[in-house]
Design a protein around this ligand. Structure first.
Ligand code: PMP
Length: 455
């Protein structure tokens, strides 16, 4: 039996051999930006793939390698690359408005805002931002303004963007994260200091008894509870857990915030809220609603949103602004995306394609006797290796991430792209042929990676 290291080295060598252009660009990039990437998430070892162009479900790198793309820009593209309606929508902005931004209100933001509001909180209001991060930032500010309190409860392992109030216990080393039933807040970033940590309460996802105890005993200081209703977009909250949390926060008057930046328009058209039939007090959106351009949105009940009214009395207002909020180009591509998804059963088509791939990957793994669970809802999923179930961060930490990373690198070398260890995100552009080809590559990559599993 060859050693783990020898096989890892082989997968790495294969990857490096196929991507010399990316390796060279990465060296150049490191002299331009810290670590060679403009966003931390884009980095992986030994170097990221630098992509040059894309069409539909396909993407090509600077070395001319072609891939079936399952990153779909971290789930932001639900129709695939360069989709016709989205392309026309962006071009129409130049034809009809003649500019990309007016700095004034436009009819487009009102129309598109109305569509989003009706889907996520019919009786509420919406405010657009330029990123998911800005949406979670605003959500926390609104919750604090509404309650007059500062402490924010979040769940261990849940991500809410590069937001210093919420970069707490996203990826804590388990050894220093305290007991699973009462996790210690751990800073995820050098700038997140004790003042941030003391304003944080960390909750254990899918552990109702402990969550209830923590929320009740901190209720007097809680401004809000924020969560990814599917941790990392794929680990569902148990239905009972979600219902209990909704009732408890309602009873205690604590705003419940769903961060649906990943799950919005991907788990269901109406996001995880539709899946659970639960309306939170505030919803954060992003990714898909921009149609491939930068966006975020906050949707909330009017009592919570009203302080954003700039005509209001200064003493009872929440200041919020943004030069590019509601940008016509983004409104146009976002609306085109949402409209395509909502017609002709298109959303269900993406889900059906996703199910085929998910099942295929699941049976390929069990066919090779790789213990795993492949989970996710709607149009995204993720395989976790060497575990039977994953219900929260600590379960996910027990999975074999090293194996998964190597498997994904081997897949890249076989024309299937996703950022190693990330989730699979599908789009309307993925065809049956794509799925067939992906599964063939998957079986091959698995054959190479399997030798890495402890025998
Ligand atoms: N919240 C969640 C759940 C996310 O997945 C992300 C981005 N992956 C964000 C917030 C931040 O969004 P953005 O990258 O647009 O700032």
């Amino acid at each position: 039996m060859e050693s783990r290291q020898v096989n890892e080295a082989r997968i790495l060598a294969e990857y490096t051999r196929r991507t010399p252009g990316s390796a060279a660009l990465f060296e150049k990039a490191k002299r331009v930006t810290p670590g060679g990437v403009m966003a931390g998430i884009k980095f992986f070892r030994p170097h990221p793939v630098f992509m040059r162009r894309a069409a539909g479900s396909r993407i090509w790198d600077v070395d001319g390698n072609e891939y079936i793309d399952y990153l779909m820009s971290y789930g932001a593209l639900m129709l695939g690359h360069g989709q016709e309606a989205v392309r026309k929508a962006s071009e129409s902005v130049f034809h009809e408005i003649g500019t990309t931004v007016t700095g004034t209100p436009t009819e487009m933001e009102v129309e598109f805002g109305g569509i989003i509001r009706d889907l996520y909180n019919e009786s509420g209001l919406v405010r657009f931002t330029n990123s998911g991060l800005e949406a979670t930032l605003l959500a926390v500010r609104l919750a604090r303004a509404h309650t007059g309190k500062r402490c924010v409860a979040k769940f261990e392992g849940h991500y809410h963007g590069a937001n210093d109030q919420l970069l707490v216990s996203y990826m804590p080393p388990v050894a220093s994260a305290g007991k699973s039933e009462s996790p210690t807040p751990v800073s995820d970033s050098l700038d997140v200091d004790d003042s941030r940590l003391s304003d944080s309460l960390v909750l254990p996802f899918n552990d109702w008894e402990s969550t209830e105890k923590l929320v009740r005993s901190n209720s007097k200081r809680l401004a809000g509870v924020i969560m990814e209703p599917f941790e990392e977009g794929v680990i569902p909250g148990d239905r009972k857990f979600m219902r209990n949390l909704r009732s408890l926060t309602s009873d205690l008057g604590i705003p419940l915030i769903y961060d649906e930046v990943k799950t919005g328009f991907r788990v269901r058209v109406g996001g995880a809220s539709e899946y659970y039939s639960i309306t939170p007090d505030i919803t954060c959106l992003g990714k898909i609603i921009g149609g491939g351009l930068p966006i975020g949105a906050v949707v909330g009940g009017d009592e919570i949103m009203e302080p954003l009214d700039p005509a209001g009395d200064r003493a009872s207002s929440v200041f919020h602004s943004g030069t590019f909020n509601g940008n016509p180009l983004v409104m146009s591509t976002g609306r085109a995306t949402v409209e395509v998804l909502m017609r002709d059963g298109n959303f269900d088509k993406v889900v059906a394609t996703t199910e085929t791939l998910k099942k295929g990957i699941s049976s390929a793994l069990s066919g090779q006797q790789v213990r795993s669970c492949v989970i996710g809802e709607g149009a995204m999923f993720s395989p976790f290796i060497s575990v039977d179930t994953v219900r929260n961060y600590r379960d996910a930490e027990k999975s074999d991430v090293r194996f998964r990373r190597n498997l994904d690198l081997a897949l890249i070398s076989r024309g299937v792209y996703l950022k190693p260890t990330n989730r699979y995100c599908l789009s309307l552009a993925h065809s049956k042929e794509d799925i067939k080809q992906t599964l063939e590559s998957f079986v091959e990559a698995l054959g190479v990676a399997c030798s890495l599993l402890p025998s």
